[in-house]
Design a protein around this ligand. Structure first.
Ligand SMILES: [Zn+2]
Ligand SMILES: [Zn+2]
Length: 244
């Protein structure tokens, strides 16, 4: 065992990790982020979904169909699918990962995503994974791109290469939290560009992001890729805002 690993293990004993749901002390070394009780309460996205954006329908029959948003607004991706509902302690877990730089939480969340079976996605159809890029200013401020960590876990599991520089964010946008659907859509227009159109041409691409909120950012990315000649674009996110 190398010295830094030993130090790491020592700190896990002295400061054991706590469950992100209820703060109960977790068994060290297990690389878990939730206690078994909270783990059972995680809400995975299941049931009948919008065929395109993957929003859940709580009151509809088992058959899936399109939601109002997808009927009204053109989507440039074929499917968007998520692992978790973005609520309760999943909000906290993703916040710790994204804003508190807790990479080990991120890696655990990423493994949930890599292992999740997305019934509508045939991974054999895709030849490239692209994480939603951050603007260079945001990347410097945060120190890492959370979507790249998710993309890398998926790459390992599904054996599809990741390209994190093909899609570039050229426009700096302020955080979208709090703005409505229309504002988000306007803010994000023209924010991305494809660096090498030949690289994108004809490729079926999986776009990765942490959270699907209104879909404005992800749809703008998909639009940019499709206009650059990409084949179909599917979207996978860790979590999704669901409306009850
Ligand atoms: Zn717990
Ligand atoms: Zn929809």
């Amino acid at each position: 065992m190398i010295f830094s690993e030993a130090l790491n293990d020592l700190s896990e004993v002295l400061f054991p990790p706590r469950c992100l749901g209820c703060a109960e002390i977790l068994h060290p070394f297990n690389r878990q982020i939730f206690c078994p009780a909270c783990n059972d309460k995680i809400k995975f996205i299941t049931g009948s979904l919008c065929l395109t954006c993957g929003t859940t329908f709580s009151d509809s029959p088992a058959q899936s169909h399109l939601c109002g948003d997808c009927l009204e607004n053109k989507k440039y991706f074929s499917h968007a699918r998520a692992v978790f509902c973005y609520e309760t302690f999943m909000l906290n877990a993703i916040h710790q990962f994204k804003y508190k730089r807790n990479i080990s939480i991120g890696e655990t969340l990423a493994s949930f995503m890599a292992d999740f079976s997305f019934p509508d996605i045939d991974f054999a159809d895709y030849s490239l994974i692209i994480p939603v890029p951050l603007h260079i200013k945001r990347l410097r401020e945060r120190g890492f791109n959370q979507s790249l960590i998710l993309a890398n876990a998926l790459k390992k599991r599904r054996r599809i290469p990741v390209n994190f520089s093909l899609l570039k964010r050229r426009k700096f946008t302020l955080t979208q939290t709090g703005s409505n659907r229309k504002e988000r859509k306007q803010n994000i227009q023209g924010a991305f560009e494809v660096r090498d159109k030949k690289m994108a041409a004809g490729k079926n691409i999986i776009l990765i992001d942490d959270v699907y909120t209104t879909g404005a950012t992800i749809n703008e990315c998909a639009k940019t890729l499709v206009k650059a000649g990409a084949g179909k674009v599917a979207v996978l996110t860790l979590a999704r805002v669901v409306h009850h």
